[in-house]
Write a protein that binds this ligand. Structure first.
Ligand code: DC
Length: 226
């Protein structure tokens, strides 16, 4: 039986998880948020008080970490050594340290193997930074989702304001630029737009427009197979 795989990559704040979730739901595919897996590993070190930029210490404990994902009412839940950490991986401290943890080669090897195994037995929409380039180089469809720094900063600003958190637009824009730079310039699996990816700039598009466009791209892929 043929299983389809769809890779969605792009910088932080481009709308990857929102779109990937909706796209997967429309197609009846399983959505896999790989960023959540890097966050779960990060949480392990944050809770242990280990410096996430100390590669030797991080690698020493890696074999003690078991990351898994499961689905409850179609929503992805992340398990860290059997405990559901879906809520606790979204803190600022985990976000700040996740880019250090995800830059470590041994961490990536561990998670890439797990992600490839997940895609082997089902239809998936997987989002991250290295899905089209490393995890699923033979994906049926690769999408590179992006948006201008200005638009991504405004979206993040809005999210924080809605949560009642104080925020400054220019600080957020600066943080986004720094994060982009780190993701694109790291030695291990940097964020790249691969040649065979379809680039979708979501700056002036609504979520529904992007989802409809992605569905059209997938229909084209299936049309070419017939
Ligand atoms: O998408 P996110 O913010 O949840 O990702 C968390 C961190 O993990 C972020 O620093 C980017 C990194 N990441 C990665 O390096 N490779 C992936 N496939 C997914 C996320």
């Amino acid at each position: 039986m043929k299983y389809y795989s769809i890779a969605i990559d792009g910088p932080a704040g481009a709308g990857k998880s929102t779109i990937a979730k909706k796209f997967a739901s429309e197609l009846g595919f399983t959505y896999i948020d790989t960023g959540a897996m890097y966050r779960a590993i990060t949480l392990f070190y944050v809770e242990k008080g280990i410096d996430c930029s100390d590669e030797a210490s991080v690698c020493r404990y890696l074999s003690e970490i078991d990351v898994d994902i499961c689905y409850i009412d179609e929503a992805q839940h992340v398990l860290l050594n059997g405990a559901d950490v879906t809520g606790s991986i979204r803190t600022q401290k985990v976000s700040d340290n996740a880019s250090k943890i995800s830059a470590i080669g041994q961490v990536r090897e561990k998670l890439v193997a797990l992600q490839q195994q997940m895609a082997r037995s089902k239809n998936v929409v997987m989002d991250g930074r290295d899905i089209g380039s490393v995890v699923l180089p033979f994906a049926d469809l690769k999408i590179y989702l992006t948006a201008s720094v200005e638009v991504r900063a405004k979206r993040r600003f809005q999210e924080l304001v809605e949560k009642g958190t104080e925020a400054d637009l220019s600080t957020i824009a600066k943080e986004i630029e720094e994060r982009d730079w780190r993701d694109m310039h790291r030695e291990n699996s940097p964020l790249v737009c691969v040649e065979d990816a379809k680039v979708v700039d979501t700056s002036d598009m609504t979520i529904d427009e992007v989802t409809t466009y992605c569905m059209k791209l997938f229909d084209e892929v299936k049309g070419c197979e017939q």
